[in-house]
Design a protein around this ligand. Structure first.
Ligand SMILES: [Zn+2]
Ligand SMILES: [Zn+2]
Length: 94
């Protein structure tokens, strides 16, 4: 849905944070540690890319792995790694 992100205050496609009830854009959502969950596949606490049929969190890396043909995996995971370590200019809200 369209709305104003409560974190960066920009008008974007936002979603509700289930824990805080705040609207948050996808960009901020992925950076917010309070939204991170333990990945069902790899066990790391990471942003949630999707949920499986039992509502378990799947991280972006595992999500990509699950849908990308093996020949492309290496390139994509490298790309995801660099995205994951991007700096958070505002600091994460708790
Ligand atoms: Zn935002
Ligand atoms: Zn994972």
């Amino acid at each position: 849905m369209k709305g104003t992100c409560d974190v960066c205050k920009k008008r974007r496609t936002v979603r509700k944070n289930r824990k805080t009830g705040k609207a948050i854009c996808l960009n901020c959502y992925r950076k917010d540690p309070s939204t991170h969950e333990k990945c069902f596949e790899c066990g790391e606490v990471k942003p949630v890319a999707m949920r499986n049929e039992t509502s378990k969190a799947i991280c972006p890396a595992c999500y990509q792995r699950s849908k990308v043909p093996s020949a492309k995996r290496r390139k994509l995971s490298k790309h995801l790694d660099s995205a994951t370590v991007a700096t958070n200019p505002n600091g994460a809200p708790t």
